[in-house]
Structures are given as structure tokens and as C-alpha cells.
Design a protein around this ligand. Structure first.
Ligand code: GDP
Ligand code: MG
Length: 838
């Protein structure tokens, strides 16, 4: 296939119906990067040789060492001619491919990749089957309304290593597909229609990414349909499932051993597909030249040039690639089974757009209208070769973005009507990113991805770019993981401090999830999702962004402050002028409520009516409480709320804003050890307010509100919540005792053990407190002689037992230790510091 120029790509970009954008997602090591490479290689961006040596998609040196993809890269575009049999011949298509990392610590990259694509190729290793990360990424895909297709990978191993018979392979494939479909059924969204993947619909392919071959049932159905003179769709149904061909009678049946047959018939899938594949591969590997030459002739495999001299494995690979080329199969599948931007945005608009579904922006996104107003979402900041600068990379959902165009750059905190987090600027330059290279392009219409130069000054990590004056934001991405592991960094040489501070800013921009903060003590803290994530961040900081030497503390975890009971009395606090009084009570909120708030379902941006209904029906809140939530915090959307339960108080609404501000401040740094609060409902039970507004301004209302929040928390048997990982381990039975030993030493708790069908392996699921997870991976390897590999992903917050106010208790000691580490006064403040008397 020919290489192509930027002009050619630009031309296809206008043909919205010929564009497909898709992510390749999978559990770590199931073969995403290998498969992506073989696809990109096919389309002629890089030569086959280069693909073997240096991986195209794994562009970072440390990825190549580790063999894990760390940042999503490998974006096509792939130019592909597809003939949809409409009689008009092959049409060029533009395929944007995004490989994403499988390691859980980088799942934010998966989220960013899914946001800008409409389809997902889910890769499953047929030996290991559907794994934990398969479920996580698939769930994320469906939540973003991204349509899945399946690639059952590493089939070569079944044939060559495990020497499996076709029927056994069929059973294994069927199981993998079923498992995937169970997940799809669980998380499916009706608006998208049926998303089940099915071999007889052509949405499942099988093959070997490594060897570059693959097929779906459709591919063989085309061949056999032509041979037998039947309809292709009918043939597809026959080539999967309970379908057998009775050669004697020349009839199809769905009974394995029909009357009159002396032995069971082979399944059609095996007879017509797996057996020929099996035989050809084995004949070549066994050097049975007569046999394979004959087969190749019937199958129409013609070797050219140097290929004719090949033998053994190289010959096997080459022949398979010629016969059932993986890239051909997959590109066909992508074009015919995955939606174009225009089809996808019809149903994605509701997930994507925060504003009303009938305004100009919503309509333009829904129609994928390139002449409509511009709506673009920046999903990530990609470092440029110019050190310290970033390309703002994302997708245009409506309109066309052009160099020099004047646009509104709306950050995540922007709300329509305000000026906060808003910049109106001209776009310096629009560019096209292809693997490692960047090409200038004058403009890019909707349905495509683009990178912008110069926008990094105005957006931290993500945001909306629009020309529509009153457009709301495109919803920010929700992550399934949380930055709960922290390290503190300190420069070795004081004069490097400015470098470090500047470096931290850049680090924070480059990664969607990392959070860099400066504590009051001047300590710089980096928070990531796990040990590996933090390690990579530190490496980037040292080598790229700060380029100076620094000392790193041992990793620690974030906690959340919460209450385990309702306050034993109402907390009262008076304003500095003594004329205003605030009365608050704290009570614990159900964990489910906190989660729903964090997911946005019960947050400030949820539809008010729906939200009230959910509170009422699912959580039994009374009608008025559900409607009188004043605010959420910290950061205006955290899992703590203030509910107004007062009765007829004059001027009350005039202090709402001040209460809200104080609440943000209080929930961000709680009284126990200045951690975020979580899961607390504050009831504003009463207040006394001065009649003259001058005497009840922010300066009078904010301090007592904060103090009352603190006192109310301290009166509610306060405790800490600690982050807990979900750990998945797949290992042989004999390694299980090592797994249990390791878990027991670390407060871990195994809650599920599943034998993997057809293998000696067991899949174990367990909960492990994040604070116990440091060094866990290597300890586990040691305890199991390297047979167990864990994947840890943040799962939930868990209340720790005890009362932080009880001096000498374990909880109290933990709180004091955190205070000490943070360099704040070691004693917990006393209740009377915050609680006033009447
Ligand atoms: P990723 O983590 O999903 O990106 O997986 P990689 O593409 O890095 O592959 C992980 C490992 O599996 C590598 O050692 C690959 O060589 C190997 N691999 C990938 N695809 C295949 C395949 O089709 N057959 C075999 N036998 N090995 C494969
Ligand atoms: Mg990879």
C-alpha cells in the first residue's frame, strides 16, 4: 500500500463517513502493541523491517525495556482502501488507531484514548482468557459509549505449543467470547443498541498478532459462499456454533451426530476453518513439503521473489500472512463493523456534552456538522520535542478548527456566563500527529483528531475549545483510579528549587492523573495511582521536566477524614463580631452515596430532578433534604454535602455563598490531619443572623462555618478512610500458599478464587490496603518463586476502626503520625478550639 501525503489525508478527513477512530484495549501482555504495530505496518507508515526492530507504538525507551506501553501513542492515521461491495469500487478510509497501556497504573491513558475514539478493538489472549483488566477497560469503553469488537489473540500458541485439536480451540474461543459478552451485557447502555460480539456477525476475529495473520468468520464465509453458491450471511451463521456439514448427504444440520451417521460430524467451524489452518501450519513446521505445497496451491497462496526460498517458521508466517492477513481482516472489520464519527456522535452527545441537549453545540455535535460551531475536546497534553512545551491533543466533535482561528479555551472549572477558567485566544498552529512525527495542517474538520500548538499555556490537562459563545463544556473525563500513593521530593541543592517547581508544573500537565501539590511546610508532594506510576513520574521529572537532582521520601498514602456516627451534639460557632451563629451537625453518608457523587450521578452537575429522585428512592432521603443540598466539597464536587434543614430563617440565602466557600476550605483540609473529608453530610440546623447585611459578610460567616464543620466532625466519632486496592493474581495452584502468606502479612483479604477453565491456573481476587502495597509485587514474586504476578488497582475507600479523638488509640496514633509527617503541630486541635458556647 502506498505511503500518503498530508494533502491526501486532509482530503479524506472531509469524508466523515469514511473515518474510523478506535482504541486497542486489553489486559497487560495480551498483545495490543504487537497487533497495533502489525496494522500500522500494513498501511505503509513504517516499513516491516523497522516494525520488528523498534516498536512504533512503544515510543519511550523505558517502555521498550519493560515491554509495557506507558502513554497511549501509535495514532494512525492509517489509510485503507475498503470495498463495501456497493459497486463503486474501493474507497479510501482514514483509520485513527490508538494503542493504550494495559497496566492498571496507567488506566487514565485508556480513558483519554477512549474519549476520542468511537470503537474499541478488545484483545484477549486465548490462553489466559478474559482477565481483570479486560473487564476494567471494557467497562470504561461502554461507559464512554465506545463500541467493541473482539480479537482473540495468540491462536498460534494453541496450534504450535499446546498442539490443541480444532474442537478444543473452538471451546476455548467460545468461552472467551462468552466471558466478554457477559461483561458487555452487564455494562451495556441501551442507547447504543446491541453491543454483543459475535463470530457469526463478523465482530470477532481470531489470529496471531505476532505472526500477522487473522480471520473472522465473514472472511471464510465469503470464500465458501462463492464456492457453494449460497448467500454470504447464511454461510456466516453456518460457520459458527452448533452447525455441521453432512458430507454424505451434502446437507447442513445442527445436530452433531444425525441419524444415519456412524460417528459425530466435525463442527463446521473446525472442518472449514480451524482444520485447514492447523494442517497448513503443522505441515510447514514439520517440513512436509509435498503436503504443504499442495495445500498452498488449493488455497491460492502464491509466494513471490525471495519468499520462495523460505522454510520452517518464516515460511509458515509468510504463507499465513498471504492467506489470511491480519491487517486486512482487521481493517475490514473496523470499517464495516465500527461506527463512523457521524454514527457514533448521535448517541455519544449525551455523554459528552454538559449543556442542554437542544442548544447549538449539542446539535452540532450530534450531527457531526463540519460547518457548525467548533466543539473540540482536548484529552491530553503530549510533550513536544521542544522541552517543556506540549501539544494539546484531542478530537474535533463539530465544526472545523484552523490555524489562526479565534476560539474560546474553556478549562474544566468554566461555567457558562462566568470568566473563570476561560481564555479567548487565536490558535497558533494546528498539526497532525502520526506516531513520532508531526506535520503542519491548515485545518481539521470534525470527526478527526488534531494537536494544537500554544494552547498548553491556558489549559492544565484537558478542556473544551469552542467558537460558540454560550457553549457549555464537553464533560471532563472520569477516571476509574485515584491518585492515592504519594511521595515527597526535596532538591539536593537549594539553587535547583526553581527548576523543581517548574518541572512539577510540567509533570502535572503531562499526565492526566498525577497531582503535584505544595504542602504548607513547603514540601512538594507527587501523588500517583500506584508504585509503578509514581516511579515513572519521578523518572520523567528527573530526566525531562526538572533535570535536577532531588531526594525522594518513602511512599505514603492519602487518607480521607470522615465520621462514623452523627455528632453527639449540635456544633455551634459564633462570628468574630458575635452577632451571627452557625449550627451544624455531621452525619455519615452511605458509601454508595459517596461513590455516586464521585461518579457524577449525585454531583452538582447531575440533573437536579433526577438527582433528587435518586436520593429519595435509592437512599431514602426525605424530599426536602434532597432538594436542599447547598453544595458539594472539596473542589465543589467532592463527596461531602451541606444540607439546609433550617426552618424559615430570614436572610438565610444571603449567606449561602459564604457557607459554600468556607465548606470548600473545611472539607479540603479536615481538623484531624489536614486530609480531605469524605462521606460526611453536614446538616445546617439553625442560624442566627444580624439584620444588617454589613455585619454578616464573608469575613463574619466563613470563619464560624469552618469551625462549626470541624467541631461537628470531631463530635461524630471521627476516623480515617484508607484506600484499598483490588488485586488480581493469576497463578498455578501450587503458588497459592505463597499468595495467602503474603496477603496475611499485609492485612490483605482474598475473596474469590476461580480456576481457569482448561488450564492449571487459578485467578485470585483480593483486597489489599494501599498502605500495605509497597514492595508487595516483589514480595509476592519471592513467596511464589516468580509464579504470581499481581495487578493492583484502586478500588474503594474503607473506614478504619476506632475513634481518632480517643487519646492513645491506634487511630489516634495514626493521625498523629500523619501530622508529624506533614510537619504540622503534633497534637490534634481540641474540640473547644472550634466549638463555641451560647
Ligand atoms: P500489550 O501489553 O498488550 O501491549 O502486549 P504486547 O504486544 O507487548 O505483547 C506481550 C507479549 O506477548 C510479547 O512478548 C509478545 O511478543 C507476545 N505476543 C503478542 N501477540 C502474540 C501472538 O499473537 N502470539 C504469540 N505467541 N505471542 C504474542
Ligand atoms: Mg503495549
Amino acid at each position: 500500500m502506498p505511503n500518503f501525503t498530508t494533502e491526501q489525508i486532509r482530503t479524506i478527513m472531509d469524508a466523515t463517513d469514511s473515518i474510523r477512530s478506535m482504541s486497542v484495549i486489553a489486559h497487560v501482555d495480551h498483545g495490543k502493541s504487537t497487533l497495533t504495530d502489525s496494522l500500522i505496518c500494513k498501511a505503509g507508515i513504517i516499513s516491516a523491517k523497522a516494525a520488528g526492530d523498534a516498536r512504533f507504538t512503544d515510543t519511550r525507551a523505558d517502555e521498550q525495556e519493560r515491554g509495557v506501553t506507558i502513554k497511549s501513542t501509535g495514532r494512525g492515521p492509517v489509510d485503507f482502501e475498503y470495498d463495501d461491495d456497493d459497486g463503486k469500487g474501493a474507497k479510501p478510509h482514514l483509520i485513527n488507531l490508538i494503542d493504550s497501556p494495559g497496566h492498571v497504573d496507567f488506566s487514565s491513558e485508556v480513558t483519554a484514548a477512549l474519549r476520542i475514539t468511537d470503537g474499541a478493538m478488545v484483545v484477549v489472549d486465548c490462553i489466559e482468557g478474559c482477565a481483570v483488566q479486560t473487564e476494567t477497560v471494557l467497562r470504561q469503553a461502554l461507559a464512554e459509549r465506545v463500541k467493541p469488537c473482539l480479537f482473540v489473540n495468540k491462536v498460534d500458541r494453541c496450534i504450535l505449543e499446546l498442539q490443541m485439536e480444532p474442537e478444543d480451540m473452538y471451546q476455548r474461543f467460545r468461552k472467551a467470547i462468552e466471558d466478554v459478552n457477559v461483561i458487555i451485557a452487564t455494562y451495556n447502555d441501551e442507547l447504543m443498541g446491541d453491543n454483543q460480539v459475535n463470530p457469526d456477525k463478523g465482530t470477532v476475529a481470531f489470529g496471531s498478532g505476532l505472526h500477522g495473520w487473522g480471520f473472522n468468520v465473514e472472511r471464510f464465509a465469503k470464500i465458501y459462499a462463492a464456492k457453494m453458491g449460497v448467500d454470504k450471511d447464511k454461510m456466516m451463521k453456518r460457520l459458527w456454533g452448533e452447525s455441521y456439514f453432512n458430507a454424505k448427504k451434502k446437507t447442513w444440520t445442527n445436530v452433531m451426530q444425525p441419524e444415519g451417521c456412524d460417528k459425530p460430524l466435525p463442527r463446521a467451524f473446525c472442518q472449514f476453518i480451524m482444520t485447514p489452518i492447523n494442517q497448513l501450519m503443522r505441515a510447514i513446521m514439520d517440513d512436509q513439503k509435498d503436503k504443504y505445497s499442495k495445500m498452498m496451491e488449493t488455497l491460492g497462496i502464491v509466494l513471490k521473489g525471495d519468499d520462495r526460498a523460505l522454510t520452517g517458521k518464516p515460511l509458515m508466517k509468510r504463507s499465513m500472512q498471504i492467506w489470511i492477513n491480519a491487517a486486512d481482516t482487521l481493517l475490514n472489520m473496523i470499517v464495516s463493523k465500527l461506527p463512523s464519527p457521524r454514527q457514533a456522535q448521535k448517541y455519544r452527545v449525551e455523554n459528552l456534552y454538559e449543556g442542554p441537549m437542544d442548544d447549538a453545540a449539542a446539535n452540532a455535535i450530534r450531527a457531526c456538522d463540519k460547518d457548525g460551531g467548533l466543539m473540540m475536546y482536548v484529552s491530553k497534553m503530549v510533550p513536544t520535542s521542544d522541552k517543556g512545551r506540549f501539544h494539546a491533543f484531542g478530537r474535533v466533535f463539530s465544526g472545523t478548527i484552523a490555524t489562526g482561528q479565534k476560539v474560546r479555551i474553556q478549562g474544566p472549572h468554566y461555567t457558562p456566563g462566568s470568566k473563570e477558567d476561560l481564555n479567548v485566544k487565536s490558535i497558533q498552529r494546528t498539526v497532525l500527529m502520526m506516531g513520532r512525527s508531526v506535520e503542519q495542517i491548515a485545518d481539521v474538520p470534525c470527526g478527526n483528531t488534531v494537536a494544537l500548538v500554544g494552547v498548553d499555556q491556558y489549559l492544565l490537562k484537558s478542556g473544551t475549545i469552542t467558537t460558540i459563545e454560550d457553549a457549555h463544556n464537553i464533560a471532563d473525563m472520569k477516571y476509574s483510579v485515584s491518585p492515592v500513593v504519594k511521595v515527597a521530593v526535596k532538591v539536593k541543592d537549594g539553587k535547583d528549587l526553581p527548576k523543581l517547581v517548574e518541572g512539577l508544573k510540567k509533570l502535572s500537565k503531562s499526565d492526566p492523573l498525577v497531582i503535584c501539590t505544595t504542602e504548607e511546610s513547603g514540601e512538594h508532594v507527587i501523588a500517583g495511582c500506584g508504585e509503578l506510576h509514581v516511579e515513572i513520574c519521578l523518572k520523567d521529572l528527573r530526566e525531562e521536566y526538572a533535570q535536577c537532582d532531588f531526594i525522594v521520601s518513602d511512599p505514603v498514602v492519602s487518607y480521607r477524614e470522615t465520621v462514623s456516627e452523627t455528632s453527639t451534639q449540635t456544633a455551634l460557632a459564633k462570628s468574630p463580631n458575635k452577632h451571627n451563629r452557625i449550627y451544624l451537625e455531621a452525619e455519615p453518608m452511605a458509601e454508595e452515596i459517596s461513590k455516586d457523587i464521585e461518579d457524577g450521578k449525585l454531583g452538582p452537575k447531575a440533573d437536579a430532578k433526577e438527582r433528587a429522585k435518586l436520593f429519595r428512592e435509592k437512599y431514602d432521603w426525605d424530599e426536602s433534604a434532597a432538594r436542599k443540598i447547598w453544595c458539594w466539597g472539596p473542589e465543589t464536587e467532592g463527596a461531602n454535602v451541606v444540607v439546609d434543614v433550617t426552618q424559615a430563617i430570614q436572610y438565610l440565602l444571603e449567606i449561602k455563598e459564604h457557607v459554600n466557600s468556607a465548606f470548600q476550605w473545611a472539607t479540603k483540609e479536615g481538623p484531624l490531619c489536614e486530609e480531605n473529608m469524605r462521606g460526611i453530610r453536614f446538616n445546617l440546623t439553625d442560624c442566627t443572623l444580624h439584620t444588617d447585611s454589613i455585619h454578616r459578610g464573608a469575613g463574619q460567616i466563613m470563619p464560624p462555618t469552618r469551625r462549626a464543620c470541624f467541631a461537628a466532625e470531631m463530635l461524630g466519632k471521627p476516623t480515617l478512610q484508607e484506600p484499598v486496592f483490588l488485586v488480581e493474581i493469576t497463578c498455578p495452584q501450587e503458588a497459592m500458599s505463597g499468595v495467602y502468606n503474603c496477603m496475611n502479612l499485609r492485612r490483605g483479604c482474598v475473596f474469590e478464587e476461580n480456576p481457569r477453565e482448561g488450564t492449571p491456573l487459578i485467578q485470585v481476587k483480593a483486597y489489599l490496603p494501599v498502605s500495605e502495597s509497597f514492595g508487595f509485587v516483589s514480595a509476592l514474586r519471592q513467596a511464589t518463586s516468580g509464579q504470581a504476578f499481581p495487578q493492583c488497582v484502586f478500588d474503594h475507600w474503607e473506614n478504619m476502626p476506632g475513634n481518632a479523638m480517643e487519646v492513645g488509640s491506634k487511630m489516634n496514633e495514626l493521625v498523629l503520625a500523619v501530622r508529624k509527617r506533614k510537619n504540622i503541630k503534633v497534637e490534634i486541635p481540641a474540640l473547644h478550639d472550634y466549638l463555641d458556647k451560647l
